[in-house]
Design a protein around this ligand. Sequence first.
Ligand code: S6P
Ligand code: ZN
Length: 193
Amino acid sequence: MSTATASDKTTFIEPFAVDYDLAAGIMKNPTNHLARRASDMRGHYRNSAALDALIAGGDPVHYEVFEVPVPNEYGHLMYCISDLKPGVVGEECFMTKGHYHTRINTGEIYLALRGRGFMMMKTTDGQCRYEEFAPGRMVYVPPYWGHRSINTGDEPLISFCVYPGDAGHNYGDIEREGFPKRAFRRGGKIVVE
Ligand code: S6P
Ligand code: ZN
């Protein structure tokens, strides 16, 4: 603690533990619960009329994030369970909004627990890569890569993620830029284009 400087303030807290059912992909006693509905996804899917129909039909929960928060500071590690529902908007697979980290030189680890999908990643200069999500698979999102989860399966895509406490979320740039690649379900097959 004595070596911390003013620019990397890191609050001292007591150790604690969190219980999970990893097979089910459940954090047992989350403090924070974020739910994003179809109506939160406006502007992200190619077929906006299909999204409007989904919203008019009851505006279902699209994905949920469960957390026990720690200070949003350098030195702390934030972590969460993310539960992305299965489905399509038109033919496009359900996905998260996606973001860069506000502190863009921070990475993230995603461990897939349940379901099937992709981690879609892009840089501000237009490079785009994706990695498959399957239970037991870890996807490393390096610093500088914006990221979005995509559910290509028939069950929830559940992952556990860890990232620096001071990373932050920058949604605006991704909303403006979009991702160069999208995942569609066509005739029972997943197509990325
Ligand atoms: C945070 C991490 C996840 C996402 C979550 C929801 O850095 O990547 O906790 O926040 O998967 O996605 P989004 O794009 O709506 O924040
Ligand atoms: Zn992130």
